[in-house]
Ligand binder design. Structure first.
Ligand code: HEC
Ligand code: HEC
Ligand code: HEC
Ligand code: HEC
Length: 497
């Protein structure tokens, strides 16, 4: 042990002795936060609610944001852009935290498992949905948590994003529950032991509202069975810019999937809200996520943070106007203009990329070679990445409009470069003036992507009527799920009407 470590542990021991010998102190005891759970993680938010009614009652209000917006219907290009990847089947705009577990269960992306070992997706897909995740990681270890298929934890991950995602169950303090975020920060040179409360007001959100990928490792156990571990990993070593993260993935030769039409080695952005926010006007000036998404509010004499995490558009008076002196309507107009600018550029990027994939698909069909296609596929990979990275965090049009538009400009350029190069390849193989087929509706685009929606939906319905019922029964029997907590909750999906 080196000297500094010895010094530290020595002083900690001295401190512990002091605390132990100080005896009960009534004043401090009254001020002290209640212990929700002495050991381990309390994943049921209603248990916390007994001690913290204001935070609990406002947290429950996230259930009010319940509308499902089917993004593939709204932007059919998505089915082409994601052909060959589960997102092409089903992708909705985010809604209230209260629905996180329901939505990951209902989305066609998670398929229709029939047992704990059937896929298609890995356990890691639960990671940003529930405080049962830090509970499981603490109980089983991170490696075991990240090994196996999503259905392994169907009866374990049952409570939606709640108190223990952002607070320590013993002290009640704001705290990071995900070690993989701490590792991502450490990779960037941040000393996580020195993080302050103010940092946590954004980093609590960055645990989930960030870019990450599943790092794969394989092992054969004593019985000779192959075990695959997919660990959530932050790709931040080179920095937060779209190009920095792209360079990180390129160096690893990592891709999320091979495109179903163009065969390009693709990347899927998660939701880099945090990364784009940091270099925007508010991030640079020390404003935190909580300032706009969890502002202070008052009930009589009690001041507390509004735990109804939601769009600040519905709450301008209590967010923006704490710092700015415009009026509400002015701000609504500012936001509408920013959104419209992003939409315009985004549509162009998506159209260009979708056409580029379809044209590349045609080139393969008429006999293009790997060598002829290499550059084109790289343009598609990078172009789509920059589009996705700029808009997958749905608030980026406001959090960092310049960066969003800069990346979209690059995506448009790369899509057009891919198309020009493909036109030359097509011409070489005797095809002039090729027009990509019509992808203007969800049905047409999904047909081009080769998706059998009727089967996907039928399988999901069977899963909901069988295995999913078992999961819930088991979770209730084991005390992990309080059925009252779901009372009155509608069960909706993009496909359920
Ligand atoms: C998504 C993250 C997140 C979740 C989920 C969450 N909190 Fe908080 N909580 C925060 C943040 C951020 C603050 C503000 C901390 C600060 O700056 O002091 C906070 C503050 C608090 C405080 C301190 C007083 C206050 O209101 O500012 C209490 C108590 C609290 N939360 C309890 C809860 C309880 C109980 C739940 C579950 C019903 C919960 N929190 C869920 C992020 C969260
Ligand atoms: C444990 C992971 C997790 C944490 C921590 C988390 N979020 Fe989320 N957030 C999600 C997921 C997942 C969704 C989408 C839920 C759905 O659509 O079912 C979401 C949705 C949202 C939405 C959309 C809500 C709506 O009504 O449309 C906002 C805004 C948001 N989060 C902001 C935040 C902020 C701000 C913080 C930190 C205070 C935070 N989140 C912390 C995972 C998380
Ligand atoms: C905690 C304080 C704070 C809150 C809350 C806040 N802002 Fe700001 N805002 C700032 C600061 C600081 C700046 C940067 C300095 C400047 O330009 O005055 C800024 C800059 C801006 C800008 C100019 C930069 C740009 O991105 O175009 C706009 C527009 C803006 N804010 C709108 C909003 C809106 C809308 C909200 C509510 C959703 C809001 N602000 C909430 C502090 C705040
Ligand atoms: C200065 C205020 C402000 C700050 C600070 C801020 N946001 Fe936002 N956020 C907004 C506004 C305004 C929107 C756009 C809302 C809309 O279009 O309905 C938004 C949108 C979002 C959305 C998409 C919501 C949806 O339903 O589509 C998410 C998620 C989000 N923010 C997360 C975060 C996270 C995470 C942070 C911190 C890293 C953060 N925000 C910091 C103001 C802010």
């Amino acid at each position: 042990m080196d000297n500094s470590k010895m010094l530290l542990s020595g002083s900690l021991a001295a401190l512990a002795a002091l605390v132990l010998t100080a005896g009960p102190c009534p004043v401090a005891a009254a001020d002290k936060a209640p212990v929700v759970k002495e050991n381990g993680v309390e994943a049921k938010s209603e248990v916390w609610g007994k001690y913290y009614p204001h935070q609990y009652n406002t947290w429950k209000e996230t259930a009010k944001s319940e509308e499902i917006v089917d993004m593939v219907k709204k932007k059919p290009q998505l089915a082409i852009l994601w052909a060959g990847y589960p997102f092409a089947k089903d992708y909705n705009a985010p809604r209230g935290h209260f629905y996180a577990v329901q939505d990951v269960t209902n989305t066609l992306r998670t398929g229709a498992p029939v047992s704990p070992i059937t896929g298609p997706l890995p356990t890691a897909c639960w990671s940003c949905k529930s405080p049962d995740v830090p509970r499981l990681i603490q109980e089983k270890g991170e490696k075991e948590y990240f090994t196996g298929k999503w259905a392994k934890y169907g009866s374990e991950v049952v409570n939606p994003i709640g108190c223990a995602d952002c607070h320590d169950s013993k002290t009640g303090e704001l705290a990071l529950s995900r070690d993989y975020l701490k590792r991502g920060l450490t990779d960037m040179g941040v000393d996580v032991a020195k993080l302050e409360k103010k940092d946590l007001r954004s980093l609590a959100c960055a645990q989930c509202h960030s870019e990450y990928f599943f790092k794969k490792s394989e092992e054969t156990d004593a019985k000779g069975d192959k075990k695959v571990t997919m660990t959530v990993t932050f790709p931040w070593k080179n920095g937060f810019k779209g190009e920095d993260v792209e360079a990180y993935y390129d160096a690893l030769k990592f891709s999320d999937w091979k495109h179903g039409i163009s065969k390009a080695p693709m990347l899927k952005a998660q939701h880099p809200d945090y990364e784009l926010f940091v270099s925007g006007a508010h991030g640079r000036n020390g404003v935190t996520c909580a300032d706009c998404h969890m502002p202070s509010m008052k009930d009589g004499d009690t001041l507390f943070s509004d735990h109804q995490v939601r769009s600040p558009i519905d709450n301008i008076a209590n967010t923006c106007l704490n710092c700015h002196d415009q009026d509400e309507q002015e701000f609504k107009d500012v936001l509408a203009v920013k959104l419209e600018r992003k939409e315009q550029m985004m549509e162009r990027a998506m159209d260009g990329l979708a056409r580029a994939h379809l044209e590349a698909g045609k080139a393969w069909e008429v006999g293009a070679t790997e060598e002829e296609m290499k550059d084109i596929l790289q343009d598609l990979r990078h172009g789509q990445w920059r589009w996705d990275y700029s808009i997958a965090g749905h608030g980026s049009y406001f959090h960092n409009p310049e960066e969003t538009l800069r990346l979209l400009g690059q995506a448009i350029d790369l899509a057009q470069q891919a198309r020009l190069k493909t036109a030359a390849v097509l011409a070489k193989h005797g095809v002039i003036g090729y027009q990509a087929p019509d992808f203007s509706t969800k049905e047409k685009a999904q047909a081009l992507a080769g998706i059998d929606m009727a089967k996907e939906i039928a399988d999901k319905k069977t899963f909901k009527a069988t295995l999913w019922q078992e999961w819930n029964k088991e979770a209730i029997a084991n005390g992990r799920l309080n059925p009252e907590s779901r009372k009155g909750m509608s069960d909706k999906a993009s496909w359920s009407e």
